[in-house]
Design a protein around this ligand. Structure first.
Ligand code: IMP
Length: 428
């Protein structure tokens, strides 16, 4: 398989956890390149369910090396908790590496994230409240603390002195929020540094060494294309680059090292948080998808907004990420629906738009143009061969693939590892 990027091709929550888990089996290295514990992956192994937020799902395979690269933002408290959660369940954490350049989510980032959302009130983004926006702001503002800094007592003190004087002023005077004591933070974060020290390293070197040896590397994206800070539905986005381009800067590997990009798409569409969603179903059908698809956030537990599959979105994702194929997930959730719709383009002020509009004002006014499909009664989660799918399911998938102009290489019909069809051998 050489190197493959797995990227969310809608608004996140496409079921990347299961797909990355499946490809991880073939990988030597699994690398996360952006985002933080705003992500949530559910992986089902046999009868056991694992919920991961930060550590790559490759950790569930004993021979796979896992990397949290420089583009990721790390909340050490959450990381420690996740490591303990895995250890408690008998998962060994040995070949695991964290970039010394990854930025640290500090408690003031979490407070600022939540305080800013509260201040925005009706105009809020609907963030996960994990401090993601504020930590990336500090990174770009050159105000950040990096994982490597947790290993240097004096440097950490110096940085905290300078940063906290400003943060406390903002917390107190702007938001009327709690402030932080430097001694407490210093002690707590030095302790994290000591505990995590064996894992902190130059991960760009490590990944490039593996690439030079011809190892199989999986770059695991979190969130999705429409949540990308540059290419997503701004401002209703996250603060990193989940798109495939994020791998190069988020890991420190050149674009020439990437062989294929697999876009993960749900057989319908969901979105968490605020912002326009043209194919959203607010009535009974939306409720059906939410209940049957278990569409509640892994990280926040929030109900996800649900709607029909939107081909303009995935076509856009193909363009932005250079997708080489797609993995369609949760087809089984559509089992038993009498009619299924798929959005092919939009109507905007009397005109037909065939390309996804990046302007939010335009998107908010877009009306979906649908093609309607007859549903199927059969339970597809029992099926293991594409040929055995109900005829109507095949018609739906074939049209989906045609509209987004990308072949389907994986089809997922349930949460279990076994409930999957590999239609293309690129991952073998
Ligand atoms: P933040 O990443 O917490 O700043 O949230 C910004 C936006 O991204 C909000 O709309 C969140 O709901 C959304 N978001 C962040 N992470 C995820 C995810 O893993 N899945 C789906 N939506 C996400």
């Amino acid at each position: 398989m050489a190197t493959v990027v797995v990227v969310g091709s809608q608004w996140g929550d496409e079921g990347k956890g299961k797909i990355t888990d499946m490809i991880s089996k073939k990988a030597d290295l699994v690398v996360r390149y952006q985002g933080g514990n705003n992500a949530g992956h559910t992986v089902v192994v046999g009868e056991r369910e694992f919920k991961l937020h930060l550590i790559p799902s490759g950790i569930l395979y004993p021979d796979v090396s896992c990397v949290i690269a420089n583009g990721v933002v790390v909340d050490p408290a959450v990381l420690k908790e996740e490591m303990d959660y895995l250890l408690d369940r008998g998962v060994e954490i040995k070949d695991f590496h964290i970039s010394n350049q990854a930025h640290v989510i500090m408690p003031y980032h979490r407070v600022l994230d939540q305080a800013e959302e509260a201040r925005k009130n009706d105009g809020k983004i609907g963030t996960t409240g994990k401090g993601i926006g504020p930590v990336y702001m500090d990174k770009i503002g050159r105000f950040g603390i990096r994982m490597g800094d947790l290993l240097d007592k004096e440097l950490l003190r110096e940085k905290l002195e300078s940063i906290l004087s400003l943060k406390n002023m903002i917390l107190d005077k702007v938001y009327g929020a709690e402030t932080f004591d430097i001694d407490e933070l210093w002690t707590e974060y030095l302790e994290y540094g000591q505990k995590l020290a064996p894992f902190i390293t130059d991960t760009s070197y490590l990944v490039n060494e593996a690439l030079a040896k011809g190892k199989n590397v999986l770059f695991e994206g979190a969130q999705g294309t429409l949540l990308d800070i540059d290419h997503g539905t701004y401002p209703y986005v996250t603060s990193s680059n989940p798109t495939a381009g994020g791998v190069c800067t988020g890991v420190g590997v050149g674009p020439t090292k990437i062989d294929s990009v697999l876009g993960v798409v749900k057989a319908y569409t969901t979105r968490v948080g605020e912002g326009p969603f043209p194919t959203e179903l607010t009535g009974e059908q939306g409720e059906w998808l939410r209940e049957k698809g278990g569409e509640f956030g892994t990280t926040t537990g929030r109900p996800r907004r649900c709607g029909w599959f939107d081909a303009t979105i995935v076509k856009y994702a193909r363009r932005i990420n250079g997708l080489t194929s797609i993995a369609v997930t949760k087809l089984d959730v559509l089992d038993g629906m009498e009619k299924i719709k798929m959005c092919t383009s939009y109507k905007y002020q009397g005109e037909v738009l065939t390309e996804f509009p990046v302007n939010q004002q335009v998107l908010a006014e877009c009306e979906p143009i649908y093609e309607e499909f007859a549903g199927w009664e059969e339970n597809t989660s029992q099926i293991r061969e594409y040929e055995n799918l109900p005829e109507n399911a095949k018609l739906y998938l074939d049209r989906l693939s045609e509209l987004v102009d990308c072949k389907v290489s994986i089809l997922s019909v349930g949460p279990k590892r076994s409930e999957t069809m590999v239609l293309d051998k690129f991952i073998e």
